[in-house]
Design a protein around this ligand. Sequence first.
Ligand code: DOR
Ligand code: ZN
Length: 347
Amino acid sequence: MTKTLTITSPDDFHVHLRDDALMASVVPYTAKQFKRALVMPNLKVPITTVDQAIQYESRIKKSLKSDSRFQPLMTLYLTDKTSLDEIKKIPEHKQIVGIKYYPAGATTNSDSGVKNIDDRYDVFELMEKLDVPLLLHGEVVDPAIDIFDREKVFIDQHLLKLHKTFPNLRIVLEHITTKDAADFILSSSKKVAATITPQHLLLNRNHMFLGGINPHHYCLPVLKRETHRQALLNAVSSGSTKFFLGTDSAPHLKSTKENACGCAGIFSAASAIELYAAVFDELNELDKLEGFASFYGADFYGLERNKSSINLIKEDWVIPEKITVGDEVIIPLYAGRKISWRLTQSN
Ligand code: DOR
Ligand code: ZN
């Protein structure tokens, strides 16, 4: 008998939708799969003010079909110059749900990020007071630190102190990749949670080098060794409400990935919920998918749970080799590979 699964419509609590033509090409995928998505602010000109966030929200909405019920959730990009007055405006704007911290130079469009996290404790103190969540790209950027250790060193050097100093500040450690991060989340208070991407559940660092270097498996934080992937699988299998869905779907054109200096980022938006369903099925934990994908993120952010639902069917299909964007293409995660779950109806 065909296996089907109906769950409350999921939300993606970490996605890159970009802007302009690229945005127009990728938004429909996220809007089809998810009811809401938390949109990263690292545009070429980063979203650093409330006004910019509102304008960006309206550009995203304009790129949707007129009958779409998809709702973008907006974030601000923290810089060394972000003023306390700007932060104070956030609670008046329900669609702005958090502030994203990028260490300067850590990843795509992070040049305007924070140079020294200790210098923005004034902002964190105010965010704690206003109960505005802080979303962390949790890596150090010191070139002397091995790239595979950057998440752990960030936790040890910065996050423990930050959480201790501001125990009531809601913190999301984004796209966790290590056992160290999963353990930190489980051992800290309910104010701290984490998102987990499909690629970090499906792949380990060998996949970047299988049969030659594969730029389409390069993202930041970089894929880690198998023991860490297993720790993430244990984290989602535990059913802990502290782990929830955030794809970190990050579209880059094929030409900028297959390049002497290829960009970091993996595009998963077109088949994200199916990839997560396959992971949970493989773990024999399909009953935990709904909490992870549809409840825990909304609960953490203090948002209502979605009322609509989606249907998935257990049926083999092949993820497209490429997605066309104007004259260019994007290569999605698991391009050309067979996957066992398919979304049949959404929202
Ligand atoms: O791989 C990544 N890509 N990691 C990030 O933190 C940023 C993202 C992007 O914007 O492309
Ligand atoms: Zn991201």
